[in-house]
Ligand binder design. Structure first.
Ligand SMILES: [Zn+2]
Length: 62
């Protein structure tokens, strides 16, 4: 579970594992595709390079 600001509804929401449609490992990290609460398809890059800073920011914001 993580927080994400949707590019469609522009709201910061918690994304649950049940909303995730795919996870792909790339050189830039793990590309997570999921469906927002507003039904917009969203993509988030996480993992080794992108993950730590993003997750720390999310924890701080929460
Ligand atoms: Zn949305």
């Amino acid at each position: 579970m993580f927080a994400h600001t949707c590019t469609s509804c522009r709201q910061r929401k918690l994304v649950f594992p049940s909303q995730i449609t795919s996870m792909t490992n790339t050189d830039d990290g793990i590309v997570v595709a999921f469906t927002c609460w507003c039904d917009a398809e969203q993509v988030l890059v996480t993992g080794k390079r992108a993950g730590a800073r993003r997750e720390a920011a999310a924890a701080h914001a929460a």
